[in-house]
Ligand binder design. Sequence first.
Ligand SMILES: *Cc1c(COP(=O)(O)O)cnc(C)c1O
Length: 362
Amino acid sequence: MVESFEQRFATYCGVGHCVGVSSGTDALRFALMAAGVARGDTVITVSNTFIATAEAICQAGAAPAFVDVDARTLTLDPEQLRHFLESACTRDPYTGRRVTRQSWSPVSAIVPVHLFGQMANMDEILAIAAEHDLFVIEDACQAHGAAYFSDRRQQWCMAGAMGDAAAFSFYPGKNLGGCGEAGAITTNNARVADRCRMLRNHGQSRKYVHDVEGYNGRLDAIQAGILDVKLPHLSTWNERRRNVAARYDAAFADHPLIVGPHTAGRSAPVFHLYVVRVPQRESVQMRLADAGIETGIHYPIPLHRTAAYAHAGFPAGDLAVTEEAAAQILSLPIFPTLSQDDQAHVIERVLEAVGTAPLEFA
Ligand SMILES: *Cc1c(COP(=O)(O)O)cnc(C)c1O
């Protein structure tokens, strides 16, 4: 059952290999380790993501370095990435590798996050990675089915098919979800896939032959079976999410205070979340809650501001775009079965809650 799902998901993503694992977090950790991230390395990612992105980096033995995001897409900003590599890093004259100036730690990988179902600017990121000899592990945990038109390859590429490897989560709330914890790695690199297979199963190459120390990180057959049944519906569900997003877009297009999500022309997002920016977010959220409409904030505290990553060395104010967005973002209800009537009600209440007074952004 696991192999059947792995094969179908690999085909869906347009990659050579899929390795089912027990969560998206394990998928990220195994992908980083299998690609070659070593203890003491630095791995670059963003701060506005679910904490699992940074956990996986640390648990693979590396330290996270956070760079700022593009103000419109809220995904890794290639300019900021380049700036970090050029100003916060230098070249080790002995190894020839990029190392951080602060701790002389080799920078070995980048983890772009396809946040909210919107793909990061992969052409630029992959070009910078190639220049500096860095692995790229996509965090595609929110982007099952998202696509990106690559100018370099002159074709549409699926999330999970562009980096050295990618991590997916099938947590029940994701665009494709199991009935419990599940995840997968996708890659075109057979060696990376083989190493992930070993890592998920106690480092075994054959039964009781342990080549490396591994983990208990297998994908349960029952989850694989459920995912196999659900996968054929994913495109339809994503299409419905896009329709919901298009209706929100139309409703807020001319509003002076609500800033909708930006979709780059070369991107086909799958709207895991529909995130707007509004002034006085807390009061808007409270008014919506009073009207029985649940909203979310993804995420209220950027990782560099959490206690867990205070030691990472990115003080408050370091990531201006990330920090400003964190105070304004609000995730509105979106799911494939959201009816037009219910959505119309949500829109009406959002417009009411935000008002039209030219208030300052909080
Ligand atoms: C859900 C998620 C993860 C982690 O996946 P789990 O299956 O919960 O371990 C990692 N990164 C992002 C961006 C996510 O949304």
